[in-house]
Design a protein around this ligand. Structure first.
Ligand SMILES: [Zn+2]
Length: 200
């Protein structure tokens, strides 16, 4: 038992020397119990004391500390990777492209630069059951005009005509107004140059 017992450490505690028996775990943790008897405790009671503190596999020269002795918690299951199915945007097939091109040829007035009637990218897309963006890009690719309809063109033209008429009316009125003002100013000047003259 001699030289094989638990390590002995003496430290001062409040001015008094205290003897400890120590035990070290592989993790570096050191356990110690007081061994204050006149004679060193035998290994067996020291080992029991360490076991009561939670140490396991207690030997005079090594043991497993309470922390390392505790059953390891089961590792949490790795969070299941959430796979977000991100579908790429649908692309037009060759057949789709052909249908869109045919519809544009049917409904777009290339010379006028507008859709016949009240058609638009949106209405054509709805008719063909394709995203209207496909119609837009095909219309651009074909070098056609803007996404405007004949009807909207007619409406725009009508409003433009009314605005033009209003502007012309204002011009005519202002011209006539200016002319009458000029006439009056001239007559006033002439009258003032003449001055008052008695009829007599
Ligand atoms: Zn340990």
């Amino acid at each position: 038992m001699k030289g094989q017992g638990f390590r002995v450490v003496c430290e001062q505690e409040g001015g008094v020397w205290v003897r400890f028996r120590t035990l070290t775990c592989r993790c570096g943790a050191e356990g110690r119990i007081k061994d204050t008897g006149k004679r060193l405790l035998a290994s067996s009671p020291v080992a029991d004391a360490f076991r009561r503190l939670g140490w396991t596999s207690v030997k005079p020269d090594r043991g497993v500390c309470p922390v390392c002795s505790a059953p390891k918690p089961k590792p949490a299951p790795a969070p299941k990777e959430i796979v977000m199915a991100v579908e790429p945007p649908r692309q037009p097939t060759t057949a789709d492209r052909r249908r869109i091109r045919d519809a544009l040829l049917d409904h777009y007035d290339e010379d006028g630069g507008f859709y016949r009637g009240e058609q638009s990218d949106r209405t054509l897309g709805e008719t063909l059951n394709v995203p209207f963006a496909w119609v837009s890009s095909m219309r651009d690719a074909m070098g056609l005009g803007a996404d405007k309809s004949e009807a909207s063109q007619a409406y725009t033209a009508e409003v433009m005509a009314m605005k033009e008429e209003l502007r012309r009316l204002q011009d005519e009125f202002l011209a006539a107004f200016a002319k009458r003002c000029d006439d009056l100013e001239r007559r006033i000047s002439a009258a003032e140059r003449r001055g008052y003259r008695s009829a007599a």
